[in-house]
Design a protein around this ligand. Sequence first.
Ligand code: SAM
Length: 323
Amino acid sequence: MLKDGLGRELTYLRISLTDKCNLRCRYCVPPCGVKLKEHKDILTLEETQRLVDIFTKLGVNKVRFTGGEPLVRKNAVGLIKNVSKLTNAPHIFITTNGVLLEDYIDYLCDASVKDINISLDTLDPSVFESITGSDSLSSVIEGIRSCLVRGINLKINTVPLKGINEDEIPALAGLARDNNLSVRFIELMPIGCAASYEGISNDEVKRRLIDVYGQGVKAEAEGGGPAEYMMFEGFRGKVGFISPISHSFCLQCNRLRLTCDGKLKLCLASLVSVDLKFLIRSGASDEDISATIIDAVKNKPSHHEFSSGVFDPGNSGMIGIGG
Ligand code: SAM
């Protein structure tokens, strides 16, 4: 079992498969775009699979594929299928913007994926275009339908932004009234270009939902994650709140991150990383890589530093790190 210096057990690995994305969400990608990593610097799918195998032998039991947009990575589903067949196969999750889901959903089901998070900040096509720079809202809605039809455990993740989509908070939560899925509101973190936008605290989001849907009751948390859940009367699904700013959950953090160029990050908001790709490409054995990981995680920061200002990852916003 991987443990950091505070005794936190690190059982959850988030893997960014690519820094490319088919959307340009304005709080995630700066207006000038991002400098993409060179192809030679991106972990191959085989290298990624090898690292997943090593991490699972060290006790990681949950792996989330994210990005960039994971589904734009060529043969991402092939990798996911291979990971699902590992001896210590982890529970596999995907976070996607949903645009390509319709094309890949059957392959993902075939790879035993049962849990998908779709990021969706608006139900209005013109607001969607203004946030993402794309007119593909209908593809995302199709993606949601395809997941529901196939019985995928679906979560919709929404980042409320002042003056942009805040008036849609009740309508977005309403997706959990009408469908068997969870809708989760995530507080905007001041990462790179996101610092030019104002988020809304989840206490405020809850107040607005209670005004529309009534008091609601606390609901059971899911999968050991940081979201708190509520159930409103007449809802089929839950509404969740992920509040890294107003109610930091760092003390319970069980996460590690692997960037698409093979850097192990111990905290979303830290510039410190360990270069696992360098180790792999210099011929290190699995034992050497395991020892490096065991040693590195001891230095996981105790908490993020968002309260002391903007976190600047150098290359833009969340997209440069892997969301
Ligand atoms: N392309 C995939 C997607 O859209 O789900 C995965 C990557 S995306 C960076 C993952 C999530 O990060 C999205 O839900 C996005 O809204 C969220 N995100 C990006 N920047 C953020 C920020 N500064 N604060 C909070 N969430 C952010």
